[in-house]
Design a protein around this ligand. Structure first.
Ligand code: FES
Length: 108
């Protein structure tokens, strides 16, 4: 794992592009880069609000762990690698996902 290495994640339908660090989850990367990402639990893997649909690059996504599996099942979605929790998703190459509600945070 090398934090200087980043991977491009495109987020539709807004067309946002995020450079996610090696070993960093997508939710944390989006927040670090100044984006609002839908959440209730703040990235603990329990609210499932952060879920995304993977459109391309599923082969570049980290394996689904037990907590994430539970979350996906409770969304009544198949655990097929295409529905993922952003706060558990790490990437090793370019990925395209769909997630509504991702937007640049207002200046605080
Ligand atoms: S942010 Fe709550 S499960 Fe991902």
């Amino acid at each position: 794992m090398d934090e200087r290495v980043t991977h491009r994640v495109a987020v539709g339908p807004s067309g946002i592009e995020l450079d996610v660090r090696d070993g960093e989850d997508l939710f944390t990367a989006a927040r670090r880069l100044g984006y609002h990402w839908p959440t209730v639990c703040g990235g603990k893997g329990t609210c499932r609000t952060c879920f995304v649909q993977v459109e391309e690059g599923a082969e570049n996504c980290s394996p689904v762990g037990p907590l994430e599996r539970e979350g996906i099942e409770s969304l009544r979605r198949p655990v097929d690698g295409l529905t993922r929790l952003a706060c558990r998703l790490r990437v090793e190459g370019p990925v395209t996902v769909t997630k509504r509600g991702v937007r640049r945070r207002m200046q605080e």
